[in-house]
Write a protein that binds this ligand. Structure first.
Ligand SMILES: [Fe+2]
Length: 346
């Protein structure tokens, strides 16, 4: 078995491959590592055949859907997953054939209703059901401490004690543990009975994960994250530096149409000399009157450089093929001490 482990911000993902057939599966991929997964699979001579999420993640952005579009392979999750982009619904006791490897599904609800653990050879991928020295929390949507107790004590912890444990999270840099180690040392497993476990889980008082709303929105719906929207726009527009715009805006031969896409009050407080004002919210509806020449050279700016990137991508989609975005925004322009003009648009 070929085995690769990836770590980003405490999130663990895994590539497992059959050395004979070169077929592979990617477990719990995270969106910022997409190119790394593909590069590593190529280096290992593997072809990814399955993309698997062990559960609906509330704390990171799953890359399964984006990778499925690129690789044309199924996204596998437990059958209770709400995600509409799942094309391979799995149930307890089923297996995925990855060449000669057999990845066995154990439905282990508790952290979420759709949590599953995946066994292959000498190891088990536990998702957030069992972590090293902890368990997944049960206070997020569809969590259930009683169900987690049963999943752990009646199922997972009864595996061969030598089974290696590979969780979806690890914050201390360890790469795995074993069922025996967890049984002996994991403080959450040292409980008398089911009700003591439930009481302990209910009294944890954990703070909410950052980005929980966005993670659940995108992981449950297949929608895009803000970072994805920006990355797609960034990939499709050229940029101009602050210094370049400054020198061009001061030149007699300036042919640039400088476009301020912020709200009116921000424009009036201070804008780049000769900048036209067209707020991003009105862009599509006002371009015909404001920008009648689609061949004009436009440089768009905003406060931080993000909205102007999105606006420039929109302008390009609408046929302004010489629109570029300022690399940075008015905040950086002011910090650089570059000149500003106050007052209303002419
Ligand atoms: Fe989770």
């Amino acid at each position: 078995m070929i085995f690769e482990q990836f770590s980003v911000g405490g999130c663990q993902s895994y590539l497992i491959g059959c050395a004979d057939s070169c077929a592979a599966a990617l477990i719990d991929p995270e969106i910022s590592l997409v190119e790394r997964y593909l590069g590593q699979a190529s280096r290992d001579g593997l072809r990814i055949r399955y993309l698997i999420d062990t559960h609906t993640h509330a704390d990171h952005f799953s890359a399964t859907q984006q990778l499925a579009r690129r690789l044309h392979v199924p996204v596998a999750m437990h059958s209770t997953s709400p995600a509409p982009f799942v094309t391979l619904a799995l149930d307890d006791g089923e297996m995925l054939a990855i060449g000669n490897l057999r990845l066995q599904v154990m439905h282990t609800p508790g952290h979420t209703r759709d949590s599953m653990c995946l066994r292959v050879e000498d190891r088990v991928f536990t998702g957030d059901t069992l972590l090293m020295g902890a368990t997944g929390r049960t206070d997020l949507p569809s969590g259930d401490p009683g169900a987690l107790y049963e999943s752990l004590f009646d199922r997972l912890l009864r595996l061969d004690p030598a089974t290696k444990v590979h969780p979806a999270h690890e914050y201390k840099g360890r790469d795995h543990s074993t069922i025996a180690q967890e049984l002996a040392q994991n403080p959450r497993l040292q409980v008398e009975d089911r009700s003591a476990f439930i009481d302990m889980m209910r009294s944890l008082n954990l703070k909410m994960p950052t980005h929980i709303t966005e993670a659940l929105r995108t992981n449950m719906s297949g929608g895009k994250t803000v970072a994805q929207m920006l990355a797609e726009a960034t990939a499709n527009v050229p940029f101009m530096s602050l210094a370049e715009l400054r020198s061009r805006s001061e030149s007699q031969a300036n042919e640039l149409l400088i476009l301020d896409v912020r709200e009116r009050d921000a424009y009036e407080k201070g804008h780049i000399s000769a900048a036209r004002h067209l707020p991003r919210g009105q862009l599509e509806l006002r371009v015909n009157e404001e920008l009648p020449d689609p061949t004009c050279r436009i440089v768009a700016y905003c406060e931080f450089g993000r909205i102007s990137t999105l606006a420039t991508a929109t302008l390009r989609q609408m046929g302004y093929l010489r629109a570029v975005a300022l690399d940075g925004g008015m905040q950086a322009w002011r910090e650089a001490g570059y000149p500003l003009v106050a007052g209303p648009a002419p």
